[in-house]
Design a protein around this ligand. Structure first.
Ligand code: DP6
Length: 361
C-alpha cells in the first residue's frame, strides 16, 4: 500500500436503475439474510429515469466509513449497510493505479475507510422506492472500486442483503429473483430472464398519487403479514409458483395480454394480503382505487387488455402499456380523470419519453 502519509483518493462511480415487480416479493423466511418466501419477477426501468448514481472513494486520509445520500450524511451503522460492506470487503482484490502510484493489496481493504456519495435522479419527495436502486448501485460501485471478480448473480446476493428488491436491479430487462433453498442464501440470487431489448415497445408510466412517506415500511409490513396473514402462506405456496411460470412464458413470447392479466392479479393479491394482515395495512388510497377502476373499465370496454397496473407498498400507480400509442391514450384518460392544476401550481413533471410523474390526487 502507498505510504500512509501520502495523500491520494481513488474513486469509482456507477449508476443503477430501480425495478418494478410484476410478481411481488412479500415475506421473508430469514430476516437477517433477507431470504424471501417466494420467487418474484420484475422489470428494470431505463436508467435515464429512476436511478441511483453512487461514487465510492478510498483514501489513506479517511478516518472512518461515511455516506451521504442526496447530499445529506446518513448513518452507516445499520446492519444492512454493514452486511453489504463486509461481504464486498471479503471479496476485494488487489488494486493498482500505476499513474497515481497507488497499490492496495486485498488484505488492506479491511483497514481502509470509504466515503460514499449517492444521488437519486428523481425527487425523494415523490414517494417512490429508492432502496432497490440504492443498494444495487452501492454494491456494484464497491465491487468496481475494490476489483471484486464475482459475477452479477453473486453480487445480487450481496445487494439482496441491503434490500431484497435490490438484487433484481443488478440486471436490466426482465429479472427473476429465485428464492433459493440454501440456508446461507447463496442460491437466493437474481437471474436475467430477458434483456432490455427483448420487449422494448413497452412503456411504463408512473402516476404519483401521493408524495408522502408511507406509514408502514415494506420491511415492517411484510413481517406483520408473515406473522398474521393466512392468505400469505396460500399465496406463496400455491399461487406464486404457477404465476411465475406463466409470467416467464408471457415474457418469452411477448404476450401482453398475459403479462397484463398476471401483473394486475398479482398486485391485487398482494394488497389483499395487506388487508388480511392484522392490523390491516392500507397502502392504496381512493385515488389508487380510481386508477384501477379506470384501467379495468377501459380493458373491459375494449374486450382485450390495453394496460396493466401494479402498486407497491404505497398508493402510486405503475402502469404498463404495450406501446407508445396506447401509452398516449392512457395519458389522455388519466389527465381527463385527474385534470392538472393551473400552470402556476403544476406539480407534475415529465421525466422523458418513458415516464411521467403526475400528481394525481
Ligand atoms: C412491495 O425490497 O423494499 O416493492 O427487503 O425489507 O428491504 P426489504 O423490502 P423491499 O420490499 C419490496 C416490496 C414490494 C414488492 C417487490 O418489489 O417485489
Amino acid at each position: 500500500m502507498a505510504a500512509e502519509t501520502q495523500s491520494w483518493v481513488l474513486m469509482a462511480t456507477a449508476r443503477a436503475p430501480t425495478n418494478i415487480a410484476v410478481i411481488k416479493y412479500w415475506g421473508k423466511r430469514d430476516e437477517a439474510l433477507i431470504l424471501p418466501i417466494n420467487d418474484s419477477i420484475s422489470v428494470t426501468l431505463d436508467p435515464d429515469h429512476l436511478s441511483a448514481t453512487t461514487t465510492v472513494a478510498v483514501s489513506p486520509s479517511f478516518k472512518q466509513d461515511r455516506m451521504w445520500l442526496n447530499g445529506k450524511e446518513i448513518s452507516l451503522s445499520g446492519g444492512r449497510y454493514q452486511n453489504c460492506l463486509r461481504e464486498i470487503r471479503k471479496r476485494a482484490g488487489d488494486v493498482e493505479d500505476e499513474k497515481k502510484g497507488i497499490r492496495i493489496k486485498k488484505e488492506d481493504w479491511e483497514k481502509m475507510h470509504l466515503h460514499i456519495a449517492s444521488y437519486n435522479n428523481f425527487p425523494t419527495a415523490a414517494g417512490l422506492a429508492s432502496s432497490a436502486a440504492g443498494f444495487a448501485c452501492l454494491v456494484f460501485t464497491l465491487a468496481k472500486l475494490m476489483n471484486v471478480k464475482e459475477e452479477h448473480g453473486d453480487l445480487s446476493a450481496i445487494a439482496r442483503q441491503g434490500s431484497g428488491s435490490a438484487c433484481r436491479s443488478m440486471y436490466g430487462g426482465f429479472v427473476k429473483w429465485t428464492m433459493g433453498n440454501d440456508a446461507d442464501g447463496s442460491d437466493s440470487i437474481a437471474v436475467q430472464l430477458a434483456s432490455n431489448t427483448h420487449w422494448d415497445d413497452l412503456v411504463i408510466i408512473i402516476a404519483v398519487v401521493s408524495s408522502k412517506q408511507k406509514e408502514t415500511s415494506s420491511t415492517t409490513g411484510m413481517r406483520e403479514s408473515v406473522e398474521t396473514s393466512p392468505l400469505l402462506e396460500y399465496r406463496a405456496k400455491t399461487v406464486v409458483p404457477n404465476r411465475v411460470l406463466q409470467m416467464e412464458e408471457a415474457i418469452k413470447s411477448r404476450d401482453f395480454a398475459s403479462l397484463a392479466r398476471l401483473t394486475c392479479a398479482d398486485s391485487n393479491q398482494f394488497h389483499a394480503v395487506c388487508l388480511d394482515t392484522s392490523p390491516p395495512i392500507f397502502y392504496m388510497n381512493d385515488t389508487s382505487h380510481r386508477i384501477i377502476s379506470l384501467v379495468e373499465r377501459w380493458n373491459r370496454s375494449e374486450g382485450s387488455l390495453q394496460v396493466a397496473y401494479t402498486f407497491d407498498a404505497g398508493p402510486n400507480a405503475v402502469l404498463i402499456a404495450p406501446n407508445r400509442k396506447v401509452a398516449g391514450l392512457l395519458l389522455q384518460r388519466l389527465l381527463f380523470q385527474f385534470p392538472p392544476p393551473p400552470e402556476s401550481e403544476l406539480a407534475s413533471y415529465i421525466l422523458g419519453d418513458k415516464s411521467i410523474l403526475h400528481e394525481a390526487g
